[in-house]
Design a protein around this ligand. Structure first.
Ligand SMILES: *[C@@H]1O[C@H](CO)[C@@H](O)[C@H](O)[C@H]1NC(C)=O
Ligand SMILES: *[C@@H]1O[C@H](CO)[C@@H](O)[C@H](O)[C@H]1NC(C)=O
Ligand SMILES: *[C@@H]1O[C@H](CO)[C@@H](O)[C@H](O)[C@H]1NC(C)=O
Length: 439
């Protein structure tokens, strides 16, 4: 938990010269739920790797969310609407003196040019997303250079989920490992480990395609806090009407999808919102993730999340016996990361997240859990001990030690077995039938 708080705090001193502008505030709010660039929240495995005396790493297992992608068709259309109908209006209300935005912020929105592929190629991995995952692969290679050099065919496995953004992420990761012989393994039709929910009939019907699961979001969007936010946006933009929830979301999407993490380049569209507004919108994302894939859908998340964890322990058991793989990586959705959080019992609040009340001290924060490129990395170490070997497993979330588990993120083999062996019993019986419309 501690690292969450530290990352979430902003240490910079605000030096606003005249008005409270977005372009010149040193302390911009950068947490955009599951559309947060990885760069904003990541650690660095090269620094955080736990080194133990007389030990060597013999296997690395990881689950990674794809890197930054474009918005889906539906959200892209809503963003297109803003560009066509609201953008000029934002500029003209400023010109006639109705807007509370700063001159430079309006100028930046006016001059902002979209990279059209963001809206024309729904769901595809963006350039930034490719680079995010490439960089993760590169840092992993630099952390384990001996282990990951000259990998033979049966020593690795890279498995993407269904769809190009996962395959592209896997390719990016391999490029980062800097070994062009490596190939990805597509598991046509069998997503047991990489995305078990995608073929899980009961989950798709009861949760994924059930609009009632967003009940708490609907409640939140009727609270005074949320309604005041909409009014504030209207007032700041100088609109004589209050934008719909959908149009607020579309402006939020313009802000977060065009915030370039790797270039540390904020989006001028974020100037539409105050920091408080951004926190309110972030909470909407938290509620959605919580009730779709998290503790709010525990009947499914707590079962489906165990399937890849069983694969993790199985791989490490094999590696321990000398016939495992040196590296296994899966390229998946935010959904999977959300479910792993539940299975590992992380970032759990004593009471459920509610629409009626936003707890600003909540532990559950999608901005840190299912960020673009978010990942769980598990490292199996073999340590020389008198006449035989001892084993330990270190766990990392977003390249930081997962301190909530074992001693600062490193488990003895016994501790690891105690936590992970029960996962071996998980099945997908709960799914009842197979869902075939994978998207
Ligand atoms: C727009 O984005 C695409 C994909 O991310 C990239 O290939 C292209 O170079 C970008 N274009 C510009 C002008 O930056
Ligand atoms: C955005 O606002 C327009 C009216 O200005 C409305 O017709 C449209 O449905 C809204 N879009 C969304 C996604 O709510
Ligand atoms: C796993 O299943 C086996 C056989 O069904 C059972 O004996 C065992 O107690 C189960 N273990 C756990 C940890 O649930």
């Amino acid at each position: 938990m501690k690292f969450l708080i530290i990352t979430a705090m902003c240490f910079c001193v605000k030096t606003v010269l005249t008005l409270d502008c977005y372009w010149n505030t040193g302390c911009k709010y950068k947490y955009f739920s599951s559309k947060t660039p990885y760069e904003i929240v990541r650690g660095d495995i090269r620094d955080s790797i736990v080194k133990q005396e007389e030990c060597e790493t013999i296997s690395v297992w990881s689950m990674l969310r794809h890197g930054k992608r474009n918005p889906s068709q539906r959200y892209a259309e809503d963003m297109q609407f803003i560009l066509k109908n609201y953008k000029d209006y934002i500029v003209s209300s400023y010109e006639i003196g109705n807007s509370l935005l700063c001159a430079q912020d309006v100028e930046n929105i006016k001059n902002w040019k979209i990279n059209t592929s963001m809206l024309d190629e729904p769901n595809e991995l963006s350039n930034e997303g490719y680079q995010e995952v490439l960089d993760i692969g590169r840092r992993i290679k630099e952390t384990f250079p001996e282990l990951l050099t000259n990998l033979r065919e049966n020593e690795y496995k890279f498995t993407p989920g269904f769809g190009t953004r996962f395959e592209e992420s896997a390719n990016a990761f391999i490029e980062g490992l800097n070994d062009n012989k490596l190939i990805i393994t597509k598991e046509y039709g069998d997503y047991t480990f990489v995305a078990p929910y995608s073929t899980c009939g009961k989950y798709q019907v009861d949760i994924r395609n059930n609009p009632n699961i967003y009940h708490e979001v609907d409640v939140y969007e009727m609270t005074e806090e949320y309604l005041n936010m909409r009014e504030r946006v209207a007032k700041n933009l100088g609109f004589n009407f209050i934008p719909s929830n959908g149009n607020i979301t579309a402006m939020y999407d313009l802000c977060r999808y065009s915030w370039n993490g790797l270039l540390h380049k904020p989006s001028p569209w974020c100037a539409v919102f105050t920091t408080e507004d951004l926190k309110i919108l972030e909470y909407v994302g938290d509620l959605r993730h919580y009730y779709r894939n998290g503790y709010g859908a525990i009947k499914f998340s707590n079962v489906l999340g165990k399937l890849p964890m069983a694969d993790l322990i199985r791989n490490f058991e094999l590696a321990k016996r000398g016939n495992g793989r040196k590296i296994v990586s899966y390229f998946t959705h935010a959904t999977m990361m959300d479910m792993l959080v539940v299975v590992l019992n992380l970032y759990k609040d004593p009471t459920p997240l509610m629409g009626s009340y936003r707890n600003v001290h909540r532990r559950y924060r999608s901005s840190f859990l299912s960020t673009f490129g978010s990942n769980l990395i598990a490292v199996l170490n073999r340590c020389r001990k008198a006449h035989n070997y001892d084993y330990s497993v270190s766990l990392y979330w977003n390249e930081k030690p997962l301190t909530e588990i074992c001693n600062k993120g490193t488990c003895s083999w016994q501790e690891f077995e105690d936590i992970f062996t029960p996962f071996l019993n998980a099945t997908d019986d709960i799914c009842e039938f197979k869902w075939t419309q994978i998207n």
